[in-house]
Design a protein around this ligand. Structure first.
Ligand code: MN
Length: 309
């Protein structure tokens, strides 16, 4: 099947309460307003951008409940799209939205087999409510997807362990707390820390991860925290960390994901439009989306490389 003919659904995940700076709640609307859907249509995709889920603190008892309710709604929105065979672009949102995105995809894939996940991030996002000093939910989604933490995050659709440790690959980590590393080490999760990425190249690390998930999983996806990128290329994010992955390397590695029949989608999170003066980071996010989900060839390459395009 020609993967480019699969419908591409953009899912707006408007949540910011999981982060210290909640401006990323407005990321999806800012990205759509600045031409995300058109860029993907220009890159040859049939784009549907009508699915939107927003957090609502007024309906919740506290911050954790806000995030839990939001992620249940997001997972329910993702499930039928993934089940229907569409590819997805989830636009966060703070990274806590990964709980809903990947729980929905794991549930859709469950009859066929396990879900693989490549997680690109400056952080490990593997706190539980017990280990986190900040108590910020955007530091918890990986622990939750692995089945650790509060039941409201781990038990979506009535089961936990949406991602098995051997099917998770973290790339670009360079800022984390020991409790997170201890949890991930105890589970045997493969982490490509930034020293290794700098030494071996991001494309090589990504290719290794992709080969594993491609061989062992019924489907797979990419969760891209833009703080995994170098802040020089993507400055508008809540918790930037110096010396990250270059945008050029990231787009080169993502190119062609779309053509893998097991590729379920791309999630891009932690973009904060309130800090994006001049729109540089919006262009970076668009380049990532077009690289991973747009058509191969000169058109996509040109769109990714042209500033202001
Ligand atoms: Mn993250």
């Amino acid at each position: 099947m020609d993967q480019a003919r699969k419908p591409l659904h953009i899912v707006s995940a408007a949540v910011g309460e999981g982060a210290g700076d909640s401006g990323c709640k407005y990321a999806a609307s800012a990205l759509l307003a600045s031409g995300m859907a058109q860029a993907l249509a220009d890159a040859g995709r049939e784009v549907h951008a009508g699915t939107a889920v927003a957090s609502d603190p007024l309906q919740a008892s506290d911050r954790m409940d806000t995030i839990a309710r939001f992620n249940h709604a997001l997972a329910e929105a993702v499930l039928p799209l993934a089940r229907g065979g569409a590819q997805l672009l989830v636009l966060g949102g703070d990274h806590s939205c990964a709980i809903g995105s990947w729980s929905g995809m794991a549930q859709a894939l469950r009859p066929q087999g396990p879900l693989g996940l490549i997680w690109i991030d400056a952080h490990l996002d593997a706190h539980t409510p017990d280990s986190s000093e900040s108590n910020a939910p955007h530091g918890m989604p990986l622990a939750a997807l692995l089945g650790h933490g509060c039941a409201a995050f781990t038990q979506l659709f009535g089961w936990s362990g949406k991602i098995r440790p051997e099917h998770l690959f973290i790339i670009g980590a360079r800022s984390y707390e020991s409790a997170e590393r201890i949890l991930l080490d105890s589970l045997g999760v493969r982490v490509f820390f930034m020293e290794e990425v700098a030494r071996e190249g991001f494309e090589s690390c990504f290719a290794q991860a992709r080969e594993k998930v491609g061989a062992e999983c019924a489907g797979w996806g990419v969760s891209m925290d833009i703080d995994g990128l170098d802040p020089l290329d993507a400055p508008a994010t809540g918790t930037p960390v110096a010396h990250g992955i270059s945008l050029a390397e990231a787009t080169a590695a993502l190119r062609g994901c779309r053509d893998d029949p097991r590729f379920m989608g791309l999630e891009i999170v932690e973009y904060n439009p309130l800090h994006d003066f001049g729109g540089k980071t919006a262009r970076a996010v668009r380049a990532l989306a077009v690289a991973g989900l747009g058509q191969d060839g000169p058109a996509a390459g040109a769109a990714a490389a042209t500033p202001g395009a």
